[in-house]
Design a protein around this ligand. Structure first.
Ligand SMILES: Nc1ncnc2c1ncn2[C@@H]1O[C@H](COP(=O)(O)OP(=O)(O)OP(=O)(O)O)[C@@H](O)[C@H]1O
Length: 562
């Protein structure tokens, strides 16, 4: 069981301690039953003695039960904290492509709902074991009272367990189906939030979204939830009833052949009824543990283990200054988006491309020609499926891909602006931020207070300028912009192409800009053109830049031609 392994790996010491406390508490409660039974059968002279013992054992039962519960609460909260931390680390360490394939709804679902469900299942596991031990202790007491009667009880338990497990297994399957439907619900909630404008503007679309998509899925999830819970409830009631069946068999049938004395019978009745409480708890816990198990399985299916190895912590001392470089060479690099329907797939490459220090390279091409995919390969966000990337003559391996990515500052079209300037020293922030805010015409809109941006609630074009500010502060050797100027007004577009990009180049930076703005193409050192995932042209436009022409690729047409 994955949940048990996870629990033992995560908080072994605490679990052992809480099981011990639970065990002591269970033994103390069982001893209370035995003491009561003894008191009922003994004469008045022993009652005082037994009373003192009763109070002492009751105090022990109370203290150990509270201790076990407190430890369980601690285990639960620690489990949640560690799982969230490690899952976030795993997400950061997972290949971008595999996260894209899963979709954000599954990743978010795992972080929010999955972790809570797994954590709840995890935290009650020690309690589950404690109750199992209490039941075993009670059974030992019953064995001491009468072995023959215990044999009858065990036979009843075997029948009870078999008849209990058949519906329980079915209920677990329903739970799993319910979790799968829940993923679809998450996806639809995501569409609800991201598509709120489109839904608000169109009554029929809104109605269809709600009535034909969201509500049927929620109803399906609800049906599966109710059905599985009903199976659990039914099998749990059956499991509990079985102890009465046993008592009935003992009193009305077994006794006829093997007569038992009154003390043994009372002991059996008391202990059997006492067992109902831990047994009831176990029955209630099984669905919760089942849900936890399903959640862990789902998270692991995402390729994101919940195990809490500590090897994912970020390096304590990341290199302060990014490395310099002279040349990056892509040779025969390919990437394919695999689809279930193979005909719909897309392959970029094989691409041969060289980027040198201090070059301003424009990447152009029609929609869907593969520019963004190429950018993700160049920056190391995607690992090439075929071919290799060389940095200053050395192939970039999996081991140094992380360091390789540190060479780049990039703004993709689905960029994100963090409201805190992360990963920059106060000196880097304070001395340069004001300058760049003014340069990007944002100083009247945004200020930096204690390392945080005063606002990110800006227009799309302004938010892109903020993203540019962050890349300036990073001061990396290579800048990659994916249609950065698309949302800028004509004046600032001009500033971007005619001032900012040449300035970066004059500082020795390499700039790769994906663009459709053909009026500025002549400003680039080189223009690289993609068509259907292939390099169609790699043209040098300015002296001093010496790229290799792509094998067999035609030179770009003059810039005034479409
Ligand atoms: N996450 C993805 N999963 C599957 N296929 C994808 C994915 N991203 C892109 N594609 C496919 O890869 C092809 C190239 O996409 P890419 O985004 O690289 O093109 P692009 O040249 O940047 O386009 P645009 O100019 O529209 O931004 C597209 O035809 C698209 O169908």
């Amino acid at each position: 069981m994955r949940l048990v392994k996870l629990l033992l790996r995560q908080s072994f010491g605490l679990v052992v301690l809480s099981v011990l406390c639970g065990l002591l508490s269970g033994a103390a409660f069982a001893a209370l039953v035995a003491l009561l039974n003894e008191a009922l059968a003994s004469d008045e002279g022993r009652l005082g003695d037994l009373g003192v013992k009763f109070v002492a054992v009751a105090a022990l039962a109370l203290v150990t039960r509270v201790a076990s519960q407190v430890l369980l609460t601690w285990v639960r909260h620690r489990a949640l904290l560690e799982m969230r931390h490690h899952l976030a680390s795993r997400i950061l360490a997972a290949p971008l492509r595999s996260l894209e394939e899963q979709g954000p709804h599954l990743v978010l679902g795992a972080l929010m709902e999955g972790v809570v469900t797994a954590g709840t299942g995890l935290s009650i596991l020690p309690f589950f074991f404690t109750n199992v031990i209490v039941i075993l202790a009670s059974l030992s007491y019953l064995a001491w009272l009468s072995l023959g009667a215990l044999g009858v009880m065990l036979a009843c338990i075997v029948v009870g367990l078999v008849t209990y497990w058949i519906p329980t297994i079915h209920a677990m399957r329903l739970l799993e189906q319910g979790r799968n439907v829940q993923d679809t619900v998450f996806k639809q909630f995501q569409s609800l939030v991201s598509g709120i404008k489109e839904l608000k503007l169109h009554r029929r679309r809104r109605g269809a979204f709600l009535d034909e998509h969201l509500v049927p899925t929620i109803e399906k999830m609800q049906r599966l939830g109710v059905k599985s819970q009903n199976f659990f409830t039914g099998s749990s009631a059956w499991g509990l009833l079985f102890f009465f069946v046993f008592l009935g068999v003992l009193v009305f049938v077994y006794q006829r052949w093997v007569p038992l004395d009154r003390a043994t019978l009372t002991g059996y009745a008391l202990a059997t009824l006492y067992i109902q409480q831990p047994l009831g708890a176990i029955m209630d816990m099984i669905p919760v543990i089942g849900q936890g198990e399903v959640a862990v399985q789902k998270i692991e299916k995402l390729g994101l283990s919940l195990s809490t190895e500590r090897n994912l912590a970020p390096r304590a001392e990341p290199p302060e200054a990014p490395r310099a470089f002279e040349v990056i060479e892509l040779s025969k690099v390919t990437h394919t988006y695999h689809r279930e329907n193979e005909e719909g797939g897309f392959t970029l490459g094989p691409i041969d491309l060289t980027l040198r220090r201090g070059e301003l390279v424009f990447v152009v091409g029609g929609n869907g020609s593969g520019k963004t995919t190429l950018a993700k390969l160049i920056t190391g966000l995607y690992t090439p499926e075929g071919g290799e990337i060389q940095l200053d003559g050395r192939p970039v391996s999996d081991a140094d891909r992380e360091d390789y990515r540190e060479l780049f500052s990039a703004i993709f079209s689905d960029f994100h602006v963090f409201d805190v300037l992360l990963g920059l020293s106060p000196a880097q922030r304070e001395t340069r931020v004001k300058h760049y805010l003014a340069r990007l015409l944002l100083d009247k809109k945004v200020a930096v207070v204690g390392g945080a941006l005063s606002t990110t609630a800006l227009s799309q074009g302004q938010r892109k300028r903020l993203a540019l500010l962050a890349t300036y502060l990073e001061d990396r050797p290579i800048y990659l912009f994916d249609e950065w100027a698309a949302d800028q007004d004509p004046q600032f577009k001009d500033v971007f192409y005619r001032e900012l990009l040449p300035e970066l180049r004059s500082q020795g930076k390499t700039v790769v800009a994906i663009t459709h703005d053909d009026r500025y193409f002549d400003l680039a050192d080189r223009v690289v053109k993609l068509e259907d995932g292939r390099l169609a042209a790699d043209a040098t436009l300015r002296a001093g830049s010496t790229p290799k022409a792509a094998a067999g690729a035609p030179v770009l047409p003059p810039m005034d031609q479409p």
